[in-house]
Design a protein around this ligand. Structure first.
Ligand code: UDX
Ligand code: ADP
Length: 473
């Protein structure tokens, strides 16, 4: 039977659900796209008249929302209603790592996914294609399917004519470039059992994606491919970060090493940028999922191999905070330190797993007074991440405090050190003479993102450290 999709409901209005549904609505004007979430505040923000106040910052997103919102793209908390009317339901809710019970610290917590599956089971009418979009451990589709099937059999549904198909359709968008990634994807991956359901989802993507980019697999391959893609990407970053430490000791420059190895077409040049360690909601979680799966299936060597990628990342983040303390004569207590960038990468307001979090926590623990600047991150989010409220300027004398600064220059006033943790383009345009004049001497610049040009510092008295640069000044 051929299914024609006219209405889509997406459960979860976050960093994945929001931008993905915006692009689907934009590219498929004949499909009504309803994005629902339990979080009313988030939904209100998506409906905000002021497009600068959308809950997710992504270049190009607000323009799409302007075009589509209240045309064929709607945001609401009417979860039950929208499930009832949908031909296709995307599950795009968060799946954080479990903090307790079996698999704690490694396996993903599926309670939100399970809750969604139960809601879909209860309220769906007619035939509904359920698509898992969240990053999920392998075999989650099976969980969703068994919940849906048991309600079919036991008549737990509102209507007695409901039936379901479950597809896996992992998202590969990268924050900061999400709109371009969605509009021009490298591939669309669809895992499923029934040809009709797979075709229905293919038809949605065919509105703007060419046929050869749509890959069809079985459900397990699709789920495992998503974890593997993220694990491979994260592994490249840990690899280059490990080499950056070696560069600093040997007089080599990690940028030169990256260029040299990246021009080998077998290696390729992407994801070889040494930084403060990878962050973001996916890499660590997905690798830990792989570790959990490998242990579960009795493959400890495989588990240890992938766990090493996360361990190296943790070590590298610590290495940076330790190094700052060491360069500042072994103590940062009561010293002002400017932090430029708190987001886990540029062009997003997302701070999940950002390397800035452990690095700032370490420095606060050592007694530093941090002056944090980020062009897009909300200071309330920084308070939540650091587990500490910011102080007012006049109360800042104490050790281990932090304050949010809107202006880069005032963030540097009287600081002993400045650390660049996110590669925002504003930071590559800084006038270093101006900064040198307002910092306390001797002053240090730590660039963990290769944003600065060391040539700009030849005549200055600023001390400079750049990640992986053993040749510096
Ligand atoms: C990642 C995957 O790229 C994406 O396909 C998946 O859907 C979700 O997870 P995301 O976390 O948004 O996307 O960002 P990504 O660009 O992959 O960066 C992750 C982290 O790695 C960031 O902290 C980034 O700064 C860091 N990174 C990336 C490096 O340190 N060096 C690099 O060369 C690339
Ligand atoms: P992601 O990066 O995967 O999009 P987010 O945390 O940004 O993750 O977004 C997930 C969203 O899913 C949140 O806004 C959360 O409120 C929502 N959510 C979680 N569980 C449910 C549920 N059962 N029903 C509706 N929305 C949910």
């Amino acid at each position: 039977m051929k299914y024609k999709i006219k209405s889509i409901c997406c459960i979860g209005a976050g960093y994945v659900g929001g931008p993905t549904m915006a692009v689907i609505a934009d590219k498929c004007p004949n499909v009504v796209v309803e994005v629902v979430d339990v979080n009313k505040e988030r939904i209100d923000d998506w409906n905000n008249e002021n497009f600068d106040k959308l809950p997710v910052y992504e270049p190009g997103l607000s323009e799409i929302i302007k075009r589509c919102r209240n045309r064929n793209l709607f945001f609401s908390t009417l979860i039950e209603d929208k499930i009832r009317n949908a031909d296709m339901v995307f599950i795009s809710v968060n799946t954080p790592t479990k903090t307790k019970g079996v698999g704690a610290g490694k396996a993903s917590d599926l309670k939100w996914v399970e809750a969604c599956a139960r809601q879909v089971a209860k309220f769906a009418k007619g035939h509904t294609i359920v698509v898992e979009k969240s990053t999920l451990p392998v075999r989650t589709a099976e969980v969703i399917k068994s919940i849906l099937e048991s309600s079919e059999k036991n008549s737990l549904t509102e209507s007695n004519d409901s039936s379901f198909d479950v597809l896996s359709n992992p998202e590969f968008l990268s924050e900061g470039t999400a709109i371009n990634d969605l509009v021009n994807p490298d591939r669309i991956l669809i895992g499923g059992e029934k040809e009709d359901a797979i075709e229905a989802l293919c038809d949605v993507y065919r509105n703007w994606v060419s046929e050869e980019k749509i890959l069809k697999t079985n459900v397990w391959s699709s789920e495992l491919a998503k974890l593997t893609a993220n694990a491979f990407l994260a592994q490249r970053i840990s690899s280059i970060n490990s080499i950056s430490a070696l560069c600093e000791e040997t007089g080599a420059d990690v940028r030169e090493v990256s260029r040299a190895i990246g021009s080998d077409s077998r290696i390729g040049s992407k994801f070889l940028q040494s930084g403060p360690g990878f962050g973001g909601s996916c890499f660590k979680k997905d690798i830990l999922n792989l570790v959990y799966l490998s242990e579960f299936f009795g493959l400890p060597e495989v588990a240890t191999f992938w766990e090493g990628v996360v361990k190296l990342n943790n070590w590298h983040q610590k290495r940076i905070s330790k190094l700052v303390v060491k360069k500042l004569f072994g103590t940062v207590a009561n010293k002002k330190i400017t932090i430029l960038g708190f987001a886990f990468k540029a062009n997003t307001n997302d701070t999940r797993e950002s390397s800035a979090i452990p690095i700032c926590k370490d420095l606060i623990e050592e007694g530093a007074i941090l002056k944090i600047h980020d062009p897009k991150v909300d200071p309330n989010q920084i308070s939540r991440d650091l587990g500490k409220e910011q102080k007012k300027e006049k109360d800042l004398a104490k050790e281990g405090d932090w304050i949010f600064e809107k202006n880069i220059k005032s963030a540097c006033l009287d600081s002993d050190a400045l650390i660049i943790l996110t590669e925002w383009s504003d930071y590559s345009q800084i006038d270093w003479i101006e900064i040198e004049n307002v910092m306390r001497k001797p002053s240090w610049i730590f660039d963990s993102r290769s944003v600065i040009d060391p040539k700009d510092f030849v005549k200055s008295n600023l001390n400079v450290w750049r990640v992986g640069d053993g040749s510096i000044l």
